[in-house]
Design a protein around this ligand. Structure first.
Ligand SMILES: [Fe+2]
Ligand SMILES: [Fe+2]
Length: 188
């Protein structure tokens, strides 16, 4: 993939992530208000804060690339996030936990992919921050999976595939980068 194409993909993915964080944060705001257990309220509220923080970081990256959030995605995220937040109050305990875990597993790979685009378009300074966000999303997925599994019905459900271990986020990134360098060296 050319450097320009990677840069285009990188900006498109950051725009998507920026708005997705907004939807997630609003949904979690409704979610933590809807649960009764204090430990769950605290943890989901912390997850909401982490999504807002991610959004700030992604917004700074977009700005430094001279790009802007997508207006259309922003409006959509606001509506989706608010609707999901309200639905958490009517769908019971299990469905929001299940839905959140499933979405979080996608977020892990989204930030891993963004780190690869950053590397490929020469924005190495962003890589560590993107991998840290992938690791935080990994913790979110782990939390919601653990919640689903404490529910008798949740244990019988077909769960989304478990992501590889948290350490693999950095290991696979480093391995791929080394392989890429070796290939580039071999073709010289
Ligand atoms: Fe996030
Ligand atoms: Fe998350």
């Amino acid at each position: 993939m050319t450097k320009d194409k990677s840069a285009q993909n990188f900006i498109a993915l950051l725009q998507l992530a920026y708005s997705a964080e907004r939807a997630a944060a609003y949904a979690y705001r409704g979610h933590w208000h809807s649960v009764v257990r204090e430990d769950e309220r605290i943890r989901i509220r912390q997850i909401e804060d982490e999504e807002w923080h991610h959004r700030d970081l992604v917004g700074e990256m977009l700005e430094s690339l001279g790009a802007h959030p997508s207006r259309r995605r922003e409006i959509r995220a606001l509506v989706i996030g608010r609707v999901l937040g309200v639905l958490c109050h009517v769908l019971g305990w299990l469905a929001p936990m299940y839905g959140a875990g499933r979405l979080e597993s996608r977020n892990v790979s989204e930030y891993e992919t963004a780190a690869r685009y950053a590397r490929d378009c020469g924005r190495e300074a962003f890589i560590d921050c993107l991998l840290i966000m992938a690791e935080v999303e990994w913790e979110h997925e782990k939390y919601f999976r653990s919640r689903v599994l404490i529910h008798p019905l949740g244990r019988r459900l077909f769960l989304w595939p478990a992501p590889p271990s948290k350490e693999m986020i950095r290991e696979s990134f480093a391995r791929e980068s080394e392989e890429g360098l070796e290939l580039a060296g071999a073709s010289c």
